[in-house]
Design a protein around this ligand. Structure first.
Ligand SMILES: C[S@@+](CC[C@H](N)C(=O)[O-])C[C@H]1O[C@@H](n2cnc3c(N)ncnc32)[C@H](O)[C@@H]1O
Length: 297
């Protein structure tokens, strides 16, 4: 994982959610849940910035992250009652976090950090199992088609800003565009710090984020047990305006709800040559393709 994520104070200084995006997220929750969230899960919670937001909204919050230092930062930010954060993998958030969440949130394309599309299916399936029947999953990801081009260039630049705990820092993030073979977006990032405790003066790193073609994303949602798309919103605008859920939609926040398992239909079985019967597979479910062809090179 990136060295930047290991430094909670740095991450929080640059990425604390603005009032505008908090209001937008609250609006999506109320619209799709009909009320405030009561039990919230962030499966890649970092230093717990979104969990802290939902604490203010009156929810119990739960989260995990691969980075021990991020969890230390989140635990320091969150109250001891009504909040629980542990080290864990978003592919299968630890069982100790429980189930019956009416809201899960995973913004900023954190799911793009997973190694391949099979991991993404595992992730969606485990979130699905942890949601209540009407629960929602708000997830940020990038829908890009094979021939989409992202112009290389600066996508985020800020600072110097003061860092909690001392010192100051500036951050610059560039996109190097989509890598042809892997279809990942390559990100290059430089953080310059001064007098920030236990932090080198320069952190320079590069990482790749998974992107999803529209067809692939629909297959993934189906393969993970089925999700209904309640809303699709433009993640590049903090007011999160609606955006068509379609090919090449770009950086979006999706609001998902688990679909009920399809009821078994008469005639939904087929007879094999040896006379036994088997359930029909949905035509669009291309598990083999997900396993074989769509992994990163
Ligand atoms: C963009 S940050 C998201 C922070 C957080 N959601 C918030 O409220 O600010 C991405 C986070 O994903 C974490 N991460 C990456 N891969 C992970 C995985 N497989 N399981 C859990 N966390 C992961 C990183 O350590 C990092 O903290």
């Amino acid at each position: 994982m990136t060295a930047f994520y290991r430094r909670s104070a740095l991450y929080a200084a640059f990425f604390s959610p603005s009032q505008e995006i908090r209001d937008s997220i609250n609006r999506l929750v109320r619209r799709n849940l009909g009320r405030r969230a009561r039990r919230v899960l962030d499966p890649a919670c970092g230093p717990g910035l979104w969990l802290a937001h939902f604490v203010k909204e009156g929810a119990e919050v739960y989260g995990c992250d691969l980075e021990e230092s991020a969890i230390t930062g989140a635990a320091a930010r969150l109250p001891t009652r009504g909040a629980r954060v542990v080290i864990g993998d978003m592919r299968r958030p630890p069982d100790e976090l429980g189930t019956d969440f009416d809201c899960a949130i995973n913004l900023d394309n954190s799911v793009g950090h997973l190694a391949d599309y099979v991991d993404v299916v595992t992730h969606f399936a485990s979130i699905r199992q942890r949601l209540t029947k009407r629960g929602i999953y708000m997830i940020g990801l990038a829908i890009r088609e094979a021939d989409d081009v992202i112009p290389s260039g600066v996508v985020f630049e800020r600072g110097p800003v003061d860092i909690e705990g001392g010192g100051f820092a500036a951050l610059r993030t560039e996109s190097l565009g989509i890598q042809k073979t892997t279809r990942c977006e390559r990100i290059r990032q430089i953080t310059i710090t001064a007098n920030v405790p236990d932090t080198p003066p320069v952190i320079a790193e590069q990482y790749d984020l998974l992107t999803f073609t529209f067809a692939m994303l629909k297959d993934i949602l189906l393969a993970s047990g089925g999700f209904e798309v309640l809303g699709c919103h433009d993640a590049t605008d903090e007011s999160l305006p609606p955006k068509a859920f379609r090919k090449g939609a770009g950086d979006v926040v999706l609001v998902l709800r688990a679909r009920d398992p399809a009821p078994a239909r008469a005639g939904a079985t087929r007879r094999s040559t040896n006379g036994s019967t088997a359930k029909k597979r949905p035509k669009t479910l291309r598990k083999a393709a997900l396993k074989k062809g769509l992994n990163r090179a």
